[in-house]
Ligand binder design. Structure first.
Ligand code: 5GP
Length: 221
């Protein structure tokens, strides 16, 4: 590969489609590998242990932290998630871009430790798409959806900390943009337009949460 390999960090509000983006970047390419995180969360149907995540119990995770095995880790939705150093080292040795699908707390830690990492924040094109993706998983209850929306609200506040902001409006276009960023062909984005878009999304999510709350209050007088 002629371009310089580096870690590519994808962070986004949950339901933005970033996991799909990460898997598409890696699929069928020998230039990109997926960083397999360790997590204490339960395995979802269709997920493969060792490919999607390394599923570990809390004690196992804490042992990894104590042993200095994780480059970053964070608690997300009440579960622990972390990136092993070994994932970054293996990719660097092979000259491959390693794709990290992690939350914003983890992205911050990577930015502080890994100078050549490319931090990319992915925004959904609209709230309906976001809601569709959140509820479309089927495995989510209304409470879980509300929790994820509240997390999304918090996550949208940190857009300005990221070097690059892309909108996942069209999968192929978005993938091309991410590949160009990874290859070093794109200057860090001025985030002005993206910031405004993130604010609009926040207002919309707040409105939906307020509606959900009003509905709950009406049905549970
Ligand atoms: P999910 O449980 O839906 O797979 O992931 C929940 C959130 O945890 C997502 O935002 C995902 O990107 C994030 N996540 C997954 N792996 C890691 C990791 O290794 N570190 C951090 N900080 N977040 C992660």
């Amino acid at each position: 590969m002629s371009e310089r390999a580096c870690p590519v960090v994808l962070a986004a509000p949950s339901g933005t489609g970033k996991t799909t983006l990460a898997h598409r970047l890696v699929g069928g390419s020998d230039s990109y590998v997926f960083s397999v995180s360790a997590t204490t969360r339960g395995q979802r149907s269709g997920e493969v242990d060792g490919e999607d995540y390394n599923f570990v119990d809390r004690a196992g995770f804490e042992a990894m932290v104590a042993g200095g095995e994780l480059v970053e880790w964070a608690q997300v939705h009440g579960q622990l998630y972390g990136t092993p150093w070994s994932e970054l080292e293996r990719a660097a040795l092979r000259g491959e871009h390693v794709v990290l699908d992690i939350d914003v707390q983890g992205a911050r830690q990577i930015k502080a430790k890994i100078a050549d990492a490319k931090l990319i924040f992915v925004l959904p094109p609209d709230v309906d798409t976001l809601m569709g993706r959140l509820t479309g998983r089927g495995s989510e209850t209304p409470e879980t959806v509300a929790r994820r929306l509240r997390t999304a609200l918090e996550e949208l506040q940190v857009v300005e900390e990221f070097d690059y902001v892309v909108v996942n409006d069209e999968l192929e276009r978005c993938l091309d943009e991410i590949r160009a960023i990874a290859a070093g062909h794109v200057e860090p984005t001025g985030t002005d337009g993206a910031l405004e878009w993130a604010m609009t999304l926040r207002r919309e999510i707040s409105r939906i949460l307020a509606e959900q709350y009003a509905e709950y209050a009406n049905t549970h007088p």
